[in-house]
Design a protein around this ligand. Structure first.
Ligand SMILES: Nc1ncnc2c1ncn2[C@@H]1O[C@H](COP(=O)(O)OP(=O)(O)OP(=O)(O)O)[C@@H](O)[C@H]1O
Length: 311
């Protein structure tokens, strides 16, 4: 568990981060979201002491980071940034193995970890292990950057706009990959983004920053349905609220007994997918399947009930 306790950073008399208090549960993704200059990066960088707080403290599993030497702290906390920051003259394996090497892991353990991570990121180890960053696509470089940050099984992974440089399709895939890998490894991640869509898609919790202050911290559904300030409402975007809510509800959660005509949707799809299918094909219900077997249906009635505040 990460406890951020009244942490403050003042630059030239002006607070960039103003007494932020927030708890991050282990094994979850928290996305810090806000407009440019709201203090997101400064908050993130105070967690691993790349920036020293003016006051307040961060505790990791009860231990104050002020008690840990910064270079040792940074070996325990993974850090991934936009543009990945790979070492250009080191191959993929050496890049991913950088922190385990610093920690003196045995060579065969490092190699096994590199291969495990490449496989998790859908990059065939034999094909990619020996390549240099310049021999990878932007999306592959970004995946290697995240794999490197995860290599030593850190207590915590900090990510600053990791997908900012990717085009929308690769970005969506990178987000899905990160979520899958986070679930598989049980990692704790704090990620900075200026994009509410990304925050809602990735976060178990979303923390909204405005002018250095934490103005709301809650589940994506909370933030969408009950924005705490006009600024949060603005970031969520009134027009898309029902669709964003629907995208958070998996079909498996609302499937009911009964049949429906037409092609089935997978149970891990969302109510947003079901609405889209209904509108496109003129149906009032869609069948739902899991691993090829029909398990029931979802009706427009259910979709309507979950798309607004009555939910
Ligand atoms: N080293 C510094 N010296 C002085 N002011 C700084 C410094 N670093 C950041 N600031 C100021 O602190 C405020 C918060 O900056 P920060 O980088 O944390 O914002 P951000 O929300 O991450 O923005 P962006 O999305 O543009 O990266 C800004 O007003 C910025 O100008």
């Amino acid at each position: 568990m990460i406890e951020i306790d009244r942490i403050t950073k003042i630059y030239n008399g002006v607070p960039a981060v103003d007494a932020v208090t927030m708890t991050v549960e282990s094994g979850t993704i928290t996305v810090i979201v806000g407009t440019s200059g709201s203090g997101k990066t400064t908050l993130l960088r105070m967690i691993n002491r790349l920036e020293e707080p003016t006051s307040g403290e961060v505790r990791i599993n009860g231990e104050s980071t002020l008690e840990i030497k910064p270079h040792l702290l940074r070996r325990r906390i993974g850090y991934a940034i936009q543009g990945h920051g790979l070492f250009p003259h080191h191959n993929v394996a050496r890049n991913i193995g950088a922190v385990p090497t610093l920690l003196n892991w045995p060579k065969d353990k490092i190699r096994a970890r590199v291969d495990e991570l490449l496989t998790l990121f859908s990059m065939e180890p034999a094909e990619f292990r020996d390549r240099f960053p310049a021999e990878l696509s932007g999306g592959q470089q970004q995946r290697v950057g995240v794999a490197r940050a995860l290599a030593s099984r850190p207590d915590l992974l900090l990510m600053d706009e990791p997908f900012g440089a990717l085009d929308p399709i690769i970005r969506a895939r990178a987000q899905d990959d990160l979520r899958r890998i986070q679930r598989a490894l049980g990692s704790t991640i704090v990620l900075v983004s200026h994009d509410m869509e990304e925050a809602i898609r990735l976060g178990d919790r979303v923390a909204v920053m405005d002018g250095g202050q934490l103005v709301q911290h809650g589940t994506p559904a909370d933030i969408i349905a009950n924005p705490a300030t006009p600024f949060v409402a603005d970031m969520v975007g009134d027009m898309e609220r029902p669709l964003r809510l629907l995208s958070l509800v998996p079909l498996a959660e609302v499937v009911e007994d009964g049949g429906a005509p037409g092609a089935a949707l997978p149970a891990d799809g969302s109510l947003r997918d079901a609405l889209s299918a209904c509108l496109w094909t003129g149906r009032t219900a869609v069948p739902v399947e899991r691993e090829g077997a029909l398990i029931g249906r979802v009706t427009l009635e259910t979709i309507r009930a979950r798309a607004g505040l009555r939910a």
